[in-house]
Design a protein. Sequence first.
Length: 197
Amino acid sequence: MNRIIVAILISLLLVLGLGGGIWYLQKSINHPIVSVMAKKEANTYISKHGFSVSYPKEWNLVEDEYELQVLKREPNKVSFDIYDGRGNDFQFGCHFLESPSDKEARKLLSSGKNIKETLTNIAKRSNYMAGINSSKELNINNGYGYLFSGDSKQNPGKDIILALIYMKNAGTLLIVKEEVEVDGKLFNSVIKGIKIM
């Protein structure tokens, strides 16, 4: 009987801890998205896809070598990662919404209709998320965006934060994700550094 009570108490503490962690994560991510870092404190990467991102000077940005070397894509027109030097990896990628399954999503996003539903469906069918625990709208000039948090598909049992930002001018979906060791404040600073042109 005592073992059952102990097991129930441990389960209850785990559920409360996970719920508190998700609440803290959501609370730590503030909006609207604006570039807030002063030029002297940050580097700025300008993508040819119509956005820029500012990040602290002590962090490193690395463009995808496979896209550069094998696919022969131009610099500033490939996926990239931003590393903070402490093990956090913020992955940026662009999705062009060109496949047959993306045509309806592109049509809906460019019309401005059903944005939340469309981006939620993209997040659900992505290779990143096994499940969505919460979503929050991002206030973005020249685009639409939602922030999703949930369970990682690539690292089962771990959390993931995924931002999907539709850039109206380019007709492109910007994907920003961080997983495994999610740090809401760091992710927030990366998201705040995004500017859609």
